[in-house]
Write a protein that binds this ligand. Structure first.
Ligand SMILES: C[S@@+](CC[C@H](N)C(=O)[O-])C[C@H]1O[C@@H](n2cnc3c(N)ncnc32)[C@H](O)[C@@H]1O
Length: 549
């Protein structure tokens, strides 16, 4: 994103441009053009602006900022004028508001500007909007009062004595193990947690380990695998520097990688079944490649009783569900375990979104707030823009609320009519997908709550293209064909998923419970698409009826 601003006699021009280096630049450029925005993206604020005019300016900037901050999924599903008038996703809305804040803060920072009060009002309005997004999507946390947090408190005390600064406490929360709770009201920009580099577990621990000379002789072994093997032994090392951290780790992680046969059977009809089976096979193959050979040749360094398949799986789950990728001051991206930060749970509307880079001036990792968190509330992190199937497989939970990244990929080739020399046009996509149509705000004729790239692709395949929203008989008939085809695809998918299963409560094991919940979510998504197709067909038939009378 290009951020710029200029002052003139009358006021300030805020610039929220689209940088050419932006991911999906061509697609965003086209979308901005379709929405009637110029590429440069400058908006003038006059010193005489009334509060209503300021809100209008913000609305325009926000519609623009939503596009600039789109990620791939949001761009695929969000790109039409009705959807853009609304929040696309909590992540996109928070990023968009923050990018405007950045423009405004930049214009406030110069001493020479004379419009500080107007700019301050804009800032206040944005912070209020950020808070509103949080309130709309926030998750209610119930603290489980009767669970002891002694080990966590020991770790916290040790951390604070070693330079960690925290405004978070640790408590057991319902449905998610431990969580981080704000000790005081935290505002946008406040640092909830700051961890010195010396406190972070990363590749450096390997160089001091007796495993390192052995690792050096193994061709192609990755840093992640070395760390994984290191952690399997270190958790038993009573004189480990990180003993208090290892003491707080669960004996057992309940992720999709540990799903038993009944849970796998409950996933029948979903793509996740194959994904989990493959992931399990991959880990088994990885283990077999290393063991028993490593233990046979170096029993003192890799004692066989510590390097069982079960322990290997534990370490994989630890690193999948608790590690973070961090860019260090030397520019290198390292996979790390970060004590204390590892207690932060994930939310689709997180408080902390930007945390992956070491601050070179303080040599620490900071976790700043992107939205306010009140005293006593659980402070959530963003683990990334993951689908529920990914979160279930590698983290073992399904997030609360509507996950915008829960997409079902479709097995149809995109951009068939592309020019081989130039590639697909900026508006075209090489693959297609669907998601719950309740997430779309546009259910009108020619939209039906379905993604525009998919509809356009299917129209093109029938040699028809929607150039304008004028109703012609040909366009209506093409859309009717498209929707009927889609409808039969999704009817088959729904049938494959079988009937909705009810949870048998206490008697159901954790994995079958999760699998059932996941399948019910898939069913809900597919049903919503079917309903939208059928409603769309009715709309089209009613319009076509007007041609026959
Ligand atoms: C980095 S740890 C967070 C701390 C964890 N709750 C604990 O007690 O150790 C990641 C794990 O927390 C749990 N978790 C994170 N976010 C969650 C959420 N929104 N709902 C339920 N469980 C969650 C999952 O078990 C996940 O594998």
């Amino acid at each position: 994103m290009d951020v710029d601003n200029h002052e003139n006699d009358d006021g300030v021009t805020l610039v929220l441009g689209l940088a050419e280096t932006e991911p999906f630049y061509e697609k965003k450029k086209k979308l901005l053009k379709d929405m009637g925005f110029d590429l440069e993206g400058s908006v003038c604020i006059r010193s005489s602006s009334t509060p209503d005019q300021l809100k209008d300016v913000l609305d325009v900037l926000l519609r623009r900022a939503r596009i600039v901050n789109f990620n791939e999924v949001e761009l695929y599903f969000g790109g039409d004028i009705i959807n853009l008038g609304n929040r696309i996703s909590p992540r996109n809305e928070l990023e968009a508001l923050h990018s405007i804040l950045e423009v405004i803060d930049k214009s406030l920072s110069g001493e020479k500007y004379t419009m500080k009060s107007i700019q301050q009002r804009l800032r206040d309005e944005i912070v209020e909007r950020i808070d509103k997004v949080g309130k709309e999507f926030s998750e209610v946390t119930k603290i489980v009062g009767d669970s002891s947090c002694d080990k966590e408190k020991c770790l916290l005390d040790w951390a604070v004595n070693n330079g960690v600064e925290t405004k978070l406490d640790i408590a057991y929360v319902e449905g998610a193990g431990r969580g981080a709770i704000a000790k005081e009201d935290l505002e946008v920009g406040d640092i909830a947690l700051e961890i010195p580099v010396s406190f972070i577990i990363c590749e450096d621990v390997l160089y001091e380990s007796d495993m390192f000379p052995i690792f050096e002789k193994i061709d192609g072994i990755s840093e992640e695998t070395m760390l994984l093997l290191w952690s399997m032994k270190e958790k038993h090392n009573i004189s480990s520097k990180f003993k208090l951290y290892f003491d707080t780790l669960p004996e057992k992680f309940d992720t999709g990688l540990r799903f038993g046969i009944n849970a796998l059977m409950a996933l029948d009809g979903t793509l996740l079944l194959e994904e989990i089976v493959q992931a399990k096979e991959h880990l088994r193959a990885q283990y077999d490649e290393l063991f028993p050979a490593l233990s046979d040749h170096n029993p003192d360094v890799f004692p066989p009783e510590l390097y069982t398949l079960e322990q290997f799986l534990w370490a994989c789950e630890l690193w999948y569900s608790n590690s973070m990728k961090v860019i260090f001051s030397d520019g290198k991206l390292r996979t790390c375990l970060i004590p204390i930060a590892g207690f932060l749970n994930h939310s689709i509307c997180p408080h902390i979104m930007h945390y992956g880079r070491i601050d070179a001036t303080t040599n620490s990792l900071k976790f700043p707030l992107s939205r306010p968190c009140h005293s006593g509330e659980q402070c959530f992190l963003s683990y990334g823009n993951f689908s529920s199937s990914h979160l279930l497989t590698f983290y073992g939970f399904l997030p609360q609320g509507d996950n915008p990244y829960d997409v079902i990929p479709l097995d149809i080739d995109g951009a068939q009519d592309e020019d081989p020399e130039v590639g697909p046009a900026p508006s075209e996509w090489s693959s297609h997908m669907v998601r719950g149509t309740w997430l779309s705000k546009n259910h009108e004729i020619f939209h039906y709550g379905l993604p525009r790239p998919l509809l356009d692709h299917l129209r093109r395949a029938r040699n028809s293209a929607l150039q304008s929203s004028t109703l012609t008989r040909e366009l209506l008939e093409t859309d009717l064909d498209v929707l009927r085809d889609l409808s039969s695809t999704f009817e088959a998918m729904l049938e494959n998923l079988g009937d909705k299963k009810l949870d048998n409560g206490e008697r159901t094991s954790w994995d079958v419970k999760l699998a059932t919940e996941f399948k019910n979510l898939q069913r809900r998504i597919v049903s919503s698409i079917l309903t939208s197709c059928n409603t769309g067909c009715e709309l089209l038939e009613s319009e076509l009826g007007k041609y026959t009378v």
